[in-house]
Design a protein around this ligand. Structure first.
Ligand SMILES: [Zn+2]
Length: 134
């Protein structure tokens, strides 16, 4: 019986060790290299770790792209009179902060409600179609 390396040793189900061996009852898995005694896993340690790092940085990159996409997606140019925006629309001020459209008008994020957003509002976020309260 030998212990193979696994990043997720607690996962259930059949699994293949990084060295190519299918894990069965006769094998053990560990994410701790000091407990790994499979010679093939140990031999490939550098490659295995490099692969994991590459996977992780790919995931981080993907999440960054998604956040960037969301940011781009939600803000749009002002394309109509303030009165025509639906309740829940946010108008973003160029210096930060936003007005939120309510039944009473446009409420500044930290203060009062105004008939329209200020002149420094440069973009808007429409309320989500799912009707989330924002
Ligand atoms: Zn192994």
């Amino acid at each position: 019986m030998s212990t193979h390396f696994s990043r997720y040793p607690d996962d259930d189900g059949p699994e293949q060790a990084p060295c190519g061996v299918w894990i069965g009852d006769a094998s053990d898995l560990s994410s701790d290299w000091s407990r790994v005694d499979c010679k093939r896993c140990l031999k490939w340690k550098d490659t295995i770790m490099a692969t994991h790092e590459a996977e992780e940085s790919a995931i981080v990159q993907q999440m960054g792209d998604m956040a960037e996409f969301m940011k781009r997606e939600v803000r749009q140019n002002i394309d109509r009179p303030w009165s025509e925006y639906p309740i829940g629309t946010k108008a973003h001020a160029v210096m930060g902060g936003h007005w939120l459209k309510t039944v009473h008008g446009w409420k500044w994020c930290t203060g009062s409600t105004f008939p329209t957003p200020g002149g420094d509002a440069t973009s808007v976020t429409l309320p989500s179609p799912a009707g989330e309260s924002q």
